[in-house]
Every structure is written in structure tokens, then in C-alpha cells.
Design a protein around this ligand. Structure first.
Ligand code: UDP
Ligand code: MG
Length: 315
């Protein structure tokens, strides 16, 4: 049996502080896997530079010159983690039998790679890296991140709990992924939609090796919001149900006030009026906002903009 070619795809945004150490550890990992005959010698490490403003691309070029196992892809500008990752996956898929995506900061335990490759050889097309513990995350990060997965599930998006973007995908999974043409890209929601046999590998998420997180709260919230609205239409349904409920309540309240004023026990007039104006006004605004969110998405999808543009591919 011919050994399978593994490509590691790593999106990098302002990661100059970690790149040397990351490439050192990953090169070592590939060497070990090659010597165990688990992967082919033509396996590679691919760094995708997502429009970094520091010396990230210079470092990648330098690493590539020193070691032919390291490749680099330079995007024309910063397009965000998900797009950078997709750029890497789609660029390398014709050369690889399997691809593992991971973060540049070594938070995803590189020792889980062995197990992922073993699962691949057992016949799995997708292997999800799942965090078994979040000891190193702050309480706030853990609370918001785990809440995020729960809310996603609740709102009808099929995501793997505590799985981010550390995963192995086979060549045919990537070919299938290419068929998903959406511009609002949320990989961890889309990959489960592809199907094929999948399994989980558990690992402990480490502390960021160096540098700081590129995901401040603001980005996290917009990521969660995008994830939900680009995967599911449940929010619209929930708004409609809320509308029906509030309407029914207002009918009951109207009857209550009507009877009250006939019997003469209430002061007829503005309390009921003001409440209903505010309740309905707020509800309408909310509904318009959610519908608008979807219309905005339709608008973007119809443009069919390219999700990324590769400036240079070092091979
Ligand atoms: N990243 C990227 N483009 C961006 C932001 C982040 O390619 O616009 C990369 C970053 O270099 C890292 C990965 O995405 O490899 C995850 O980012 P980070 O570690 O900052 O997120 P966190 O682990 O804090 O959620
Ligand atoms: Mg990180």
C-alpha cells in the first residue's frame, strides 16, 4: 500500500511570535509519522498568510527556503480565519490524500495528529478534534464558547460540541466541500453537512504559545451571529411564534380592558395603549431586523464574490 500524503494547513494572522516554534514542532511530527510509515514523504506543512501586518510572510518565505517541506500561501488581504482556512484547503487538495487544519498558536495539541491519521487509515473521512477540557481558558472564554455551542444546537445548526477547526478531512471530503458555494462561510457547521464517516479525537486545549488572541469578544460575537444566521432559519420561525404569542396576549388583554371598562373598575385609556404601542413597536423592529439579516445574506450570495484570492503559492 502506498503511504498517504498528509498536508497540514495553518492560517496565520500576525503570528510572527509563534511561527518558528510551530514549524519546528510540526516538522518533527511529520518526520515521526513518516518514519512510522503512517504518511508519505511528500507530506507538507502549508502556512496561509491571511494579510498579516507584521513579518509573518517574510518568516514563511524564509522557512520555505530552508525546508522544502514547508509551503506558503499569501492571500491578497486579510479575509478572516475561515476564508484563510478555505483558501489553504482548496489550494492543496489536489496534492493531498488527507488534510489537517490547525491553528498557528499551538493551542491544538499536535500530538493528536497521530491519532487522527490512524483514524483516517481505519477508513474515516472526517476526524474532528474535540477539546476534552478547557482548563487553560479563562472562565469567561469557556463560558462564552460553550454557551455558543449550546445556542447553535438550539437554533438548529448541527455543530460538533467543543470542536473548532482542528480536523482531518480526506480528499473526497474536500472535493465535496468545494460544492458548497456559500459566501457566508462557517466551516464547522458545513463540514457535518457533507456526511461521510466521521469520528472524534479528544485533546486538551493548551495555552496560546505566544502572541495574543486574534479573536476578541467583538469578533467572537459576530462569528456566532454569522454562524447561526448562515446555517439556520430557525430565528425567523422563533420571531413568528413570538409574534403570534404576543398577539394572542394582546387579544386577551384587550378583552380584559374592555370588560373592565364596561363594568367600570379600571381607568380606561392610556396604560393599555402605551404598553401595546411599545410592545408592538419593539416586536416589529426586531422582526424587521432579523428578516433584514437574511435579505443581506441573500444579497451577498447573489454576488458570488470569490471568497479568497491567492497571490502567491510557494511550492
Ligand atoms: N487567524 C487568521 N485570520 C484572522 C484571525 C485569525 O488567519 O483574521 C488565525 C490565527 O493566526 C490563528 C487562528 O486563526 O492561527 C486562530 O486564531 P486565535 O488563536 O487568535 O483564536 P483563539 O484561539 O483565541 O480563538
Ligand atoms: Mg488560538
Amino acid at each position: 500500500m502506498r503511504a498517504s500524503v498528509l498536508y497540514l494547513v495553518i492560517p496565520c494572522y500576525n503570528e510572527e511570535a509563534v511561527l518558528h516554534e510551530t514549524s519546528r514542532q510540526l516538522l518533527h511530527k511529520l518526520d515521526v509519522l513518516i518514519s512510522k510509515n503512517l504518511i508519505d514523504q511528500r507530506s507538507k506543512i502549508v502556512f496561509v498568510n491571511d494579510g498579516s501586518r507584521d513579518t509573518t510572510w517574510e518568516i514563511i518565505k524564509e522557512l520555505h527556503e530552508k525546508n522544502p517541506m514547508i509551503l506558503g500561501i499569501d492571500l491578497s488581504r486579510n479575509r478572516g480565519h475561515q476564508n484563510a482556512l478555505l483558501a489553504g484547503l482548496m489550494t492543496v487538495k489536489e496534492y493531498a490524500d488527507m488534510v489537517i487544519s490547525l491553528d498557528a498558536d499551538l493551542q491544538d495539541d499536535v500530538d493528536a495528529i497521530d491519532e487522527m491519521v490512524e483514524r483516517y487509515h481505519e477508513g474515516f473521512d472526517i476526524v474532528y478534534g474535540v477539546r476534552s477540557a478547557r482548563k487553560t481558558d479563562t472562565f469567561f472564554k469557556r463560558f462564552t464558547a460553550e454557551g455558543f455551542y449550546r445556542v447553535m444546537k438550539l437554533l438548529g445548526a448541527d455543530v460538533v460540541f467543543n470542536h473548532a477547526d482542528y480536523r482531518l478531512m480526506s480528499k473526497r471530503t474536500l472535493d465535496a466541500l468545494e460544492e458548497f458555494k456559500e459566501v457566508n462561510l462557517f466551516l464547522r457547521g458545513i463540514v457535518p453537512m457533507i456526511g461521510f464517516d466521521s469520528t472524534n479525537v479528544y485533546y486538551e486545549r493548551k495555552e496560546r504559545f505566544a502572541g495574543e488572541s486574534k479573536y476578541p469578544l467583538k469578533k467572537m460575537l459576530s462569528f456566532a451571529f454569522d454562524g447561526i444566521t448562515s446555517l439556520s432559519v430557525k430565528p425567523i420561525r422563533m420571531i413568528s411564534i413570538l409574534g403570534i404569542l404576543i398577539f394572542m396576549i394582546s387579544v386577551i388583554a384587550f378583552l380584559y380592558f374592555l370588560i373592565g371598562s364596561i363594568v367600570g373598575v379600571t381607568e380606561p385609556g392610556w396604560p393599555s395603549l402605551i404598553t401595546s404601542i411599545w410592545a408592538l413597536g419593539g416586536l416589529q423592529l426586531l422582526a424587521i431586523g432579523v428578516v433584514g439579516e437574511y435579505i443581506g445574506k441573500i444579497y451577498l450570495e447573489t454576488k458570488e464574490r470569490p471568497k479568497y484570492i491567492v497571490k502567491e503559492f510557494l511550492r
